[in-house]
Write a protein of this length. Structure first.
Length: 68
């Protein structure tokens, strides 16, 4: 196994569907410009409530990627 150096990037994804969709949206967008994404950690979860129901999710996360 080789040694790696990782860099962290903090993102916030949003979705009206689910927390998982908010995470996937953030990672998919980052993947457009960031190479070698290896892992993520959810750091915060927020939501909007309308009429007693969850209307929107916001999930902050850190993604780790290896440097070339």
């Amino acid at each position: 196994m080789s040694n790696h150096v990782y860099k962290l990037l903090e993102l916030t994804g949003s979705s009206s569907v689910s927390m998982e969709d908010a995470v996937s949206t953030a990672i998919a967008k980052a993947h457009e410009t960031v190479r070698n994404i290896q892992w993520f950690t959810v750091t915060e979860t927020r939501g909007q409530v309308i009429d007693g129901k969850v209307a929107h999710w916001q999930v902050s996360l850190k993604i780790g990627f290896t440097l070339d």
